[in-house]
Write a protein of this length. Sequence first.
Length: 339
Amino acid sequence: MNISKDSSKAITKESVIERYLPATVVPVVDSIDTVFAPSNIALCKYWGKRDAELNLPINSSLSISLAHLGSKTRISVSDTDQVWLNGNLVAADDKFSRKVINFIELFRRGAAHSVKVETENNIPTAAGLASSASGFAALMLAVNTFYGLDLEPQVLSAFARMGSGSASRSLYEGFVEWQMGVREDGMDSFALPLTTRWSDLRVGLVKVSTGEKAVDSRSGMNRTVDTAHLYQSWPLQAAADLERLHRAIADQNFTLLGETAEQNALSMHATMIASWPPLLYWQPDSVAAMQSIWQARAEGVELYFTMDAGPNIKLLFTADAEAEVKLRFPGLEVVAPFG
Ligand code: PMV
């Protein structure tokens, strides 16, 4: 498939964003109050871009936000551009700093002021959860307040998407659907929250590895789209799974939710494994965890999993199984997405 490779494309992030900005963008306050955005886990994954510049997806996706786990961000006027992460100043040439300042620059557009951006992630690094989704969502909310942009939620979501695709979904709590959209400028590709709550749903974070992965999700996606024939089946799988998840959520049918999320994650990983060079994020402990989950199911415990582009496993279960799941996964960090 050759979807993400049109380098002649004229639509840039800058050209889309500037349509929503006043002629000059200046801070309206010296410093904003800290804003928060939750991390999220996709039950139907975003995998593959139809436009790499704007992070436009090939399929719609659906996630669940992780309540209090996420990123807190504050922006203030400063003498020099500075990025702080978890209380430490990050070197200006560090990849993280550059990503943050480049994102600010999409709005600041060379205006004569510098900023200090302070971010704190309370996502346990030990859980190996991506922080880019909550990080870019919180940064977008902070930019909106700092520059007094007053952007609509759907625009905020579309702009957060340009930082990191999954950030489009981190603007909201609970179940969130990111609609792929069809427009070339991507302004119909934003996330919306579902109204349904599911109070006894639980997510468990199983740590396999916390090391930085060798292939990030952007490169992994591109490699899969470009080299795996198996990828052609992915949009069909994702569309069917999305439909099943809507049904599962509407009926509060946990078996359908768990089966769909697990099959969706494994289908995504199958397309990665079928890429060239092959892409296998799993480690022996990931496989061991999967086997424990399947064993638990064989013994009657309703336990399922999902995983992103990394070796860590996220368990899905309901409150009544929590004690049993904790026995099988000692030290498990459990999140109640609906409080
Ligand atoms: O938002 P990105 O570029 O980090 O990509 C996220 C990709 C997955 O985590 C594998 C799937 C998803 O929908 O979150």
